[in-house]
Design a binder for this molecule. Structure first.
Ligand code: HEC
Ligand code: HEC
Ligand code: HEC
Ligand code: HEC
Ligand code: HEC
Ligand code: HEC
Ligand code: HEC
Ligand code: HEC
Ligand code: HEC
Ligand code: HEC
Length: 301
């Protein structure tokens, strides 16, 4: 039940309001033509977008009723005629200013299924990010009504650290437009972690890097465990998005092999020390993701 207000009196410059439930103070629908008499621009923008084009066909909502489907009945707001000091002005709902949950409810009236199925309780929902932060119903760019010119710019409003990673020397081709954030994430939530569009990082990576799926005759254990052990998903200063420099990466786990990897262990290397210097482990162990060669136990072939 919206609160209604009755103007009492003016004293000097101060306006004094009394609260009450005066009759007829419940806002009612007035229709798009009334809104348009003052909001021609908002209406023109709206007419360009998918909602204006599909409401009547898919939702049986004629254009005349469209504005108030999202903004709520507007008679009191219209009556206040743009006077912001009149409390009736605020009886219109502006999803960009409403609290995140209330704002999103506007949209969830129609979008609770599909990609938005996992919205409730998702990280963005819980952290009070609303639909309107990423989508703009009036001025959104053509594709999916994105609030910014591109999808990644929309995300970078809040994820500046990821922006930095994407721009590192080795990176996913997101900046080049071959991939989008939403190739890997469902920004509306997912049953798995980190809004991933798969139940684990590995099953996500296999969707595009099928050749790494195996099974191989000779498996390299960390590869099956998680691609993220060795790769940073958004980008890295090391080539191939590796999480550490080549040899250090391997030496995190292999520090006492028959041909020790560091100079410091060189003394213990016995006859194998020719393999230490100036060589990348992957020069020889080239099938690092797994091998199907009968003698591929050491991923050499
Ligand atoms: C008599 C003129 C008039 C009518 C009719 C009118 N509005 Fe407004 N409305 C305004 C003015 C003026 C503003 C303030 C605009 C600004 O700040 O730039 C406003 C602001 C708004 C806002 C933003 C509110 C806020 O708090 O930021 C929304 C949303 C809105 N109107 C929707 C509607 C809808 C929907 C209708 C039809 C049901 C409607 N208006 C009818 C004059 C009108
Ligand atoms: C599908 C829901 C939806 C419909 C339908 C809709 N709006 Fe909006 N409107 C929004 C949202 C969300 C915002 C917040 C800004 C944004 O996302 O673009 C908004 C913002 C506004 C604003 C404030 C603009 C500002 O700069 O803050 C006005 C005015 C407005 N709408 C008028 C209208 C009018 C007039 C119509 C009908 C022709 C209409 N809206 C139809 C959702 C809707
Ligand atoms: C009255 C129902 C209704 C409401 C409320 C509504 N939508 Fe929609 N929306 C639709 C329909 C219908 C479509 C057309 C696409 C389809 O579902 O086939 C659509 C499409 C979209 C699309 C896809 C655009 C594209 O280019 O493919 C986005 C994004 C979207 N809506 C966002 C929102 C947001 C954000 C809100 C809340 C501010 C909202 N919608 C409120 C019914 C609604
Ligand atoms: C964190 C940013 C973000 C938020 C928050 C967000 N979206 Fe989206 N939305 C996107 C992106 C990115 C796409 C495009 C995804 C794609 O192309 O697969 C999209 C696509 C859509 C689509 C069109 C695809 C489809 O599912 O049919 C609709 C509708 C939609 N969003 C509605 C919503 C609604 C409703 C909310 C709030 C409950 C919301 N979005 C919140 C980023 C967001
Ligand atoms: C308005 C700010 C905002 C925007 C815009 C935004 N995010 Fe977020 N996002 C957040 C916040 C806040 C968190 C929670 C951060 C945390 O807990 O550390 C988050 C978390 C995430 C997470 C981690 C989820 C988890 O379960 O840990 C992913 C993935 C993500 N966002 C992707 C996206 C993508 C993709 C886009 C663009 C389509 C986007 N975000 C746009 C604010 C935003
Ligand atoms: C190739 C797939 C892929 C693409 C493309 C991608 N991400 Fe991710 N993202 C991941 C994976 C995998 C994780 C999980 C990392 C982990 O669990 O350590 C992740 C995690 C995140 C997180 C959570 C970070 C944290 O430390 O918890 C955010 C935020 C995020 N991504 C945002 C984005 C944004 C924004 C974009 C687009 C610019 C994007 N991602 C593009 C795969 C991807
Ligand atoms: C939606 C498809 C897609 C998904 C999912 C995906 N990738 Fe990629 N990946 C690509 C594309 C496209 C390239 C660029 C290939 C090219 O340019 O030849 C690439 C390149 C790479 C590269 C080489 C980068 C370089 O600097 O040369 C690595 C490493 C990589 N991906 C690892 C991963 C990992 C790990 C995952 C899972 C977290 C993953 N990818 C998920 C599409 C994907
Ligand atoms: C033990 C560390 C390690 C793990 C775990 C790992 N990788 Fe790699 N990956 C590498 C190394 C090292 C390279 C560089 C190989 C080279 O240049 O010879 C590489 C290169 C790549 C490349 C680019 C070159 C190519 O071979 O296509 C892709 C794509 C890739 N990895 C995907 C994956 C995927 C997907 C997973 C998870 C299934 C994964 N990696 C797990 C170490 C690893
Ligand atoms: C996260 C830890 C980890 C990382 C990083 C890692 N490995 Fe492994 N690697 C293992 C494990 C565990 C095995 C299985 C050991 C076993 O079977 O005794 C293995 C097995 C191997 C084998 C076969 C050894 C054997 O006795 O069968 C080779 C060769 C190898 N790794 C090379 C490398 C190279 C080269 C790199 C760097 C590109 C690397 N590994 C990075 C954990 C790792
Ligand atoms: C010049 C080629 C070459 C280079 C460079 C090389 N390896 Fe090897 N590695 C081999 C060969 C050949 C074997 C097979 C077993 C043997 O003959 O010692 C092997 C065996 C292994 C094994 C399994 C046997 C053991 O010693 O435990 C591991 C683990 C291994 N290498 C890790 C590494 C790491 C880590 C690096 C980089 C620091 C590296 N290798 C660099 C050729 C090489």
């Amino acid at each position: 039940m919206p609160r209604s207000f009755t103007r009492l009196f003016l004293t000097g410059t101060a306006v004094v309001w009394a609260f009450g439930t005066a009759q007829g103070a419940t806002p009612e629908k007035v229709g798009a033509s009334t809104c348009m008499s003052c909001h021609a621009e908002a209406a023109e923008q709206f007419k360009q977008n998918v909602h204006a084009k599909t409401f009547s066909a898919l939702k049986n909502i004629p254009f005349e009723e469209s504005c108030e489907t999202c903004h709520g009945p507007g008679s009191l707001h219209a009556g206040a005629a743009g006077d912001k000091s009149n409390p009736d002005f605020a009886t219109i709902k502006n999803p960009a200013k409403a609290g995140a949950k209330e704002s999103s409810e506007t949209c969830l009236q129609c979008h609770a299924g599909g990609q938005q199925m996992f919205w409730k309780g998702s990280k963005h929902d819980v952290q009070n990010v609303s639909c309107a932060e990423c989508h703009s119903v009036h001025s959104g760019s053509g594709k999916k009504l994105m609030a910014k010119a591109t999808e990644s710019e929309t995300c970078f409003q809040c994820h500046s650290a990821i922006k930095g990673q994407i721009n590192r020397s080795a990176h996913m081709p997101v900046a080049e437009g071959k991939l989008q954030c939403s190739s890997c994430h469902n920004p509306h939530g997912s049953p798995g972690t980190k809004n991933l569009k798969a139940d684990s990082a590995n099953s996500l990576c296999y969707q595009c890097h099928e050749d790494k799926r195996g099974p191989f005759l000779w498996e390299h254990m960390p590869v099956r465990e998680s691609c993220l052990t060795c790769h940073q998903p958004h980008g890295s200063h090391n080539d191939k998005m590796l999480s550490a420099k080549r040899n250090l990466l391997c030496q995190r786990c292999h520090n006492s092999t028959r041909h020790p990897g560091t100079l410091y262990q060189g003394g213990d290397a016995g006859n194998q020390h020719n393999r230490i210097f100036n060589q990348s482990c992957t020069n020889c162990h080239s099938n690092i993701h797994g091998s199907n060669h009968p003698s591929g136990k050491f991923f050499l072939r």
